[in-house]
Ligand binder design. Structure first.
Ligand code: CA
Length: 478
């Protein structure tokens, strides 16, 4: 690990790893070795479920809808992601469930709107809260089906031990526990820890090489695969600001510094796909790529693009929550598909759990649905309502059903009259057509009311709800 001193030694809580740490400086390598043992599998994988895929779920941070070549970027070159899309399916109407990091990731990993888990606002290093034990993550559900599980990258669902990935279904963790801007600058980097399992192994994390190191960790785990299926959740730290550029990629892109960091992520995707190919795993590995929320536009630093949408990170305009989503799985997904049906990162849990041979929990509200038919065929699923940024009790800022979007708020302020947009004709949400379609407005309002009623009795809000706390936070960004 580049000879950087280890700041905060402690012991792993994961029993499988505890006896395998000979020396502190080899912490991560030995944890990797232990993870490799886990991936090799102590229990024989029964051949009764041969079609269950390995899964690599890549989640970028603050990547805009239009920041990839296959989503229209003309100055950022992403040949590996473009190829992933050509060889799989690309969604045009895919949403993150929230426009900022923590709630979006909570929704992704639990399949539930953030208000259900209480993870409704961005967590900061001084927060003492995190993902509740009562939540069930994708990793926990896949683990029950015999999967080996690893989380690489930004977690952001609580940095205290009881909230870390290793306590929520992941056999292995390597990454930063919150955003890369959350700390004073030391030695040129924000004072953010890089962790391996529950140890800090580098502080401040040298952010400029994290994309590369995350990629190499994923590749090492792939190479250590055994007979058990695996799930790797790779949550890149970039292109969340402050942007740090790997020297290898400096000046790489026509899209400037921002383009450089996106192109490095793309390079990493290529490395991972190549590793799958080398190991003979590419046919039955489902690789998914998306982002947690929309772009931050450049003032001090260049930012991404959400064209043709309005708004960016933090907004319930489409630009804040509409994201790229690509899925490639040669065994089941035919190449070259483009899906226009709305879907969201809440759907990933039910989809993966079903493909993994499990069942979604029945004892709680799961808001996503299994979208495997959209991945593996040209079928349409029945339309259903997607609610934007469900993080406040008693209201939602917007809902989408089919082509229609009803917005109840603008800039976090409740509108006197809701506004209706036809996203097929007006993706930039510039023409309010509520007056022309009162029946659609009424129908969508009814859906909101029914949805809010269905949430009654849900878990109490962990963080107090709303964004007031976020707005008053002294930390630099979300
Ligand atoms: Ca983010």
């Amino acid at each position: 690990m580049r000879g950087i001193p280890i700041i905060q030694p402690s012991t792993f809580n994961i029993q499988a790893f505890t006896s395998r740490i000979p020396r502190r400086e080899f912490l991560c390598q030995s944890a990797l070795a232990a993870a490799a043992v886990a991936l090799l599998g102590q229990e024989a994988f029964t051949a009764s479920r041969p079609q269950r895929p390995n899964v690599i779920l890549i989640n970028a941070d603050d990547l805009g809808y239009a920041d990839l070549g296959c989503y229209g970027s003309d100055n950022i070159s992403t040949p590996n992601l473009d190829r992933l899309a050509r060889e799989g399916v690309r969604f045009t109407d895919f949403y993150a469930c929230a426009p900022v990091c923590t709630p979006s990731r909570a929704g992704l990993l639990t399949g539930r709107y953030p208000i259900r888990s209480g993870l409704t606002t961005v967590l900061f290093p001084n927060n003492k809260v995190g993902i509740p034990d009562t939540e069930i993550t994708i990793a926990e559900l896949l683990k029950r089906q015999g999967y080996s599980t690893a989380c690489i990258g930004k977690w952001h669902l609580g940095h205290l031990p009881q909230f870390l990935p290793t306590r929520h279904g992941f056999d292995y963790y390597y990454g930063i526990p919150y955003s890369n801007d959350m700390g004073e600058i030391i030695d040129g980097y924000p004072n953010v820890p890089l962790m391996c399992n529950e140890e800090t192994i580098e502080r401040p994390a040298h952010i400029d090489t994290l994309t590369q190191r995350y990629t190499e960790e994923a590749v090492r785990l792939i190479r250590a695969h055994g007979n058990r299926p695996f799930f790797i959740y790779l949550a890149h730290t970039m292109p969340h600001k402050p942007l740090y550029v790997n020297p290898r990629f400096k000046g790489h892109s026509r899209g400037g510094k921002y383009g450089d960091v996106v192109e490095e992520i793309d390079w990493g995707v290529g490395r991972i796909v190549q590793a799958l190919r080398d190991e003979g795993l590419q046919r039955n590995t489902l690789v998914m790529f998306t982002s947690d929320n929309g772009p931050v536009f450049g003032k001090k630093e260049p930012g991404g693009s959400a064209d043709p949408f309005s708004g960016g990170k933090g907004s319930v305009f489409e630009g804040g929550m509409r994201e790229p989503f690509i899925a490639r799985w040669p065994a089941r997904i035919r190449p070259g598909g483009v899906c226009h049906q709305p879907a969201s990162n809440l759907d990933i849990l039910p989809t993966l759990v079903t493909l993994g041979g499990g069942k979604v929990p029945k004892d709680r509200g799961i808001d996503g649905r299994n979208i495997a038919p959209l991945l593996t065929s040209s079928a349409r699923l029945p339309d259903y309502a997607f609610f934007y940024d469900v993080t406040k009790p008693g209201s939602v800022p917007a809902v989408r059903f089919g082509r229609w979007k009803l917005r109840m708020e603008k800039g976090r302020k409740e509108l006197e009259e809701p506004q209706l947009f036809d996203l097929d004709l007006d993706p930039g949400e510039r023409r309010n057509v509520a007056a022309q379609h009162p029946e659609i407005v009424a129908d969508l309002k009814k859906r909101i009311t029914a949805f809010l009623q269905s949430l009654e009795g849900e878990s109490p809000l962990l963080l107090g709800g709303g964004r007031g706390r976020l707005a008053s936070s002294p930390s630099p960004t979300q």
